[in-house]
Design a binder for this molecule. Structure first.
Ligand SMILES: [Zn+2]
Length: 74
């Protein structure tokens, strides 16, 4: 399992919506393989960043290239 990271968007550190953990695993998600074609937007080739809560598994999905990631110190 990948090492957990902390993640921030626009300088705000993200906490899990469910369990309030600040530790995530990161996974790139291709939007065009995510069943979103019906939205007919110009992001067919775009990818999103999935932040998967390290503790409860909830996936926070961001279409934002400026997510800041930092290794959790262990
Ligand atoms: Zn969680």
């Amino acid at each position: 399992m990948a090492k957990p990271v902390n993640a921030a968007v626009g300088g705000t550190w993200i906490c899990c919506l469910i369990c309030e953990s600040d530790q995530f695993r990161v996974r790139e998600v291709k939007l065009n393989s995510f069943g979103l074609e019906f939205l007919k937007m110009a992001w067919a080739d775009e990818s999103a960043t999935g932040l998967i809560c390290y503790w409860c598994g909830y996936v926070h999905l961001f279409v934002n290239r400026d997510i800041e990631l930092r290794r959790v110190k262990t």
